[in-house]
Structure formats: structure tokens, C-alpha cells
Design a protein around this ligand. Sequence first.
Ligand SMILES: *Cc1c(COP(=O)(O)O)cnc(C)c1O
Length: 496
Amino acid sequence: MNIRYKSTRNSASVVTASQAILKGLAEDGGLFVPEQIPKLSVSVDELKGMSYQETAYTVMKEFLTDFTEEELWDCIKKAYDSKFDTEEIAPIANVDGVYYLELFHGATIAFKDMALSILPHLLTTSAKKNQVQNEIVILTATSGDTGKAAMAGFADVEGTRIIVFYPKNGVSRIQEMQMVTQKGKNVEVVAIHGNFDSAQSGVKEMFENKELAKDLNARGYQFSSANSINIGRLVPQVVYYVYAYAKLLEQEQIQPGEGIHVVVPTGNFGNILAAYYAKQMGIPIQKLICASNENKVLFDFFQTGTYDKKSREFVLTTSPSMDILISSNLERLIYQIAGCDDKKNAELMRGLKEEGSYQITEEMKAGLRDFEAGYATEEQTAAAIREVYEKTGYVMDTHTAVAAHVCREYQAETKDTAKCVVASTASPYKFVKSVMTAIDERYAEEDEFRLLEELKRVSGTELPGAVREILNADVLHSLECDVDNMEQTVRNLLDL
Ligand SMILES: *Cc1c(COP(=O)(O)O)cnc(C)c1O
């Protein structure tokens, strides 16, 4: 079957998978969604024993129907290789009856690697398929995780260049070191004198700048985005939920057909939406449990049916990758529960943009029955890390801990005994300060780099390659600029 993609705000705009990947966002501001979610073409039993790469092929070929078998395999092989520190790619840890699906074994030790290691290859393949001659320039603003994962993914990928802007004083020391030491002859990193919002606005302005686009084109370049709304990031994320179910079956942790719950620490709603797609493909997932930190706009939405970002403060938490008030990927779910009504969805999104909120109908609410939601305060997050560590010796990161808390609370409240898979989205080494302080307050004053050794000792794990690398790596990037100078900086870098 041939799957085409439609904008959530205008059903008349229909494109192929490769075109959707190239465009990122639809021209009307909507997100691309498949016309229908495909079913798996093999039985769950046949998935047992498949490698991660084979599972990836089996899942992704159903979505990316204009890719040839050879093209897709080529992308998969280039993405899921020795950049990951385990052949399993996404191993499962069984800790005290809960299954932690570890999505942090890639180049930058956070789950963004699962999609960003394959996106560059999907993008360059898409460019070839659509006779795009220009070199693709990826422009990204980052608050830490996405920028590094995108750089690592795009480094030395032929036909691409990447420029990342980050706020000079707005990322952790480890995150900054990870970025300024990034190798690759097509990679540029710029620290801006401003916060993340200014970096983000500066990048958005450049995307909309027609003059700049013209000058780029004259030099054989065009911009593209590695943002999480790209369908080329969503589809690879469906894979690990399918893989996890097959692995649990293979290891006889569950019986054929047995329903499981998945608990996902959520920010932009991409990861949990991928689990929802996996369910619709035929994986027996019962509940999709959305876990928020103190920025609990999604929790309130699932309780009340009202999405309201205007009457709340943005809170900085110890799980910064979930500090988000506009969950972009939720739009894909809203569109679906609105019966794929583009007008209705566009109307709601206009409400969000203009008034800062929208409310769904009772009928739409019924479409959310597979979802549950919970949240964790900062204290509850720290307590989850400490308690699981003290009981089992397993150390998890702050984002994962938000989900672990919500999982535990759901089980206690409902007495539901179905097995739970918690998406474990970052290595504890990445957020070492918050993790160690959760284990023991006395670490609060210590240097981040010294704490790495301490974490190694208490967890009995090896320092990940991504951390070892930055300890000895040379600083390769030292470019800085003022917010007003971002466009000129890009012009200089690309010799426009
Ligand atoms: C991005 C991120 C999340 C949130 O994922 P979404 O797909 O945006 O919901 C959670 N944890 C970590 C560590 C992340 O980097």
C-alpha cells in the first residue's frame, strides 16, 4: 500500500513520505500525518528474534512507502551501527518488576539519538529522490540535547551542513563541552549572547527570510529542519516500541497477546505519539501513560479537555528537556481525535496561537480513552531516583524518574497489574548533578566533572563513550555572536 501524507491544517495538501521529510512543516503551518496508520505486515510472533535493524525495516517500510528496499536498508545500516554502545541498540532493564526501555545508548546518550541518527540519511535520500540539487543546510536552535544529537547525526554526512545556535549561559557544562568539541567538517556551533528563546526566534526568522533563501539558492544551498515535528523523526521512534514488545515476548516476560502499558516522560509529545502509532500498527499496548514534570500542561489537558498555556508560569526543572508549554506533536493527536477534520484542528490551533488555549469537545475526549496522565514534582522526581537506587542499585536520570514516579502512582491507585514499560530517555551521566544530588544532598556543591566518577562508583557502570570523549577532546568551536548578528554569522559561514 502506498501511504501519503496530509497536513493537519489542510487536507488538500498531499505529499509523499520523502517530500514530507524534506519539507518538515507544511506550508500552512500544519504537521504532516500519514493518511492512515499502516498495520504491521508480519505477526507479533514473527517479530521475535529480529534484530533492531530488522525491526526498523519492518516498521519503517510501512510508513515510508516511496523509499525502495535498498534505500531504506542503507539508511538503517548507516544509523544503527557502532555509534551505539550495545548491539541491542535499545536494551531493556528489568528493575524491581518495571521494564526500563533504555533509549540512551547512542552518540549523545539521550533518546534524541534514536531518530537523529537516521534523519540525516532519510533527508539526503529524500533529496536525491526529489531531484534536489542543493546542499541541505540544517539550522537549529538548541537548549542542549537536540543540537548535539543533530550535530552528531549530520557530522560528515555528504550533501549536508549543520549550524547550531545555543545560549552561551543557558546550557550545562557537560552539554556545552559536548557541542564545542563536535568533529565534522560540515558542522558549525555558535554561542549566542542571549537566551534560548532569542536563539529560537532568530532561527525562525531566518527560515522565513525570502531574501536569505534567494541568496542561499544562488550558492546551491537550502535550509531544512531537524526539529521534532518532522515525520522523519517520528517514524523511527515507532520502531523501539515494537522492538520492546517483541523482546519481552522473546524473553518470556509476557505471553503472546498480553497487553502492556507504556509510560513516557513527555515534552513535545513526539515519543508518546510514536507509542500510540505502534499500538495502532497492532502492538498490544493498553494504556499510554503521559508523564509530565511541574510544567504539567499536558496532565491538565488530559484531566479537563482544555489545553491552556496562558495561565501558567514556565518552571525550570531538573528535567529540562521536558520544560515545554507548547507540545507541538499533540497537534497530530488532536487532528486524529477530531476525525481527521483539518478545519476543526486548524481552528483549535488558532485558539492556541491567539488566545493561548483551546478546548476539545466531549466527542473528541472519547478518543483519548487509551491515554492516562500523571506528573511528578521536583521532590517526587528526586525521591524516585533515590528510592529505586537504594532498593536495587539502578540509577536513572531525572526525565526517566518523572515517568517512574507516575508509573508507581498509577499502579498504586488503580491496582492494575499489567506490565509497564517505562521509556528511559537519558543516561544519568548526562544529568549527573541532579541525579547525584537526588541520591545524596551533600553532592549539591560538587563539580560536575568530579561527580561523573562518583556516579560511576555508586552505579557500578562504565563511563559512557560520549562522556569519556569530552574529557580529552579539543575545543573546536569558539564562535560567539549577538542575537542581532545571527543572520550575518550564517552568511559568513556559508560565504554568501
Ligand atoms: C526530548 C526529551 C524528552 C521529551 O520527549 P518528547 O518527544 O519531546 O515528548 C524527554 N526526555 C529527554 C531526555 C529528552 O531529551
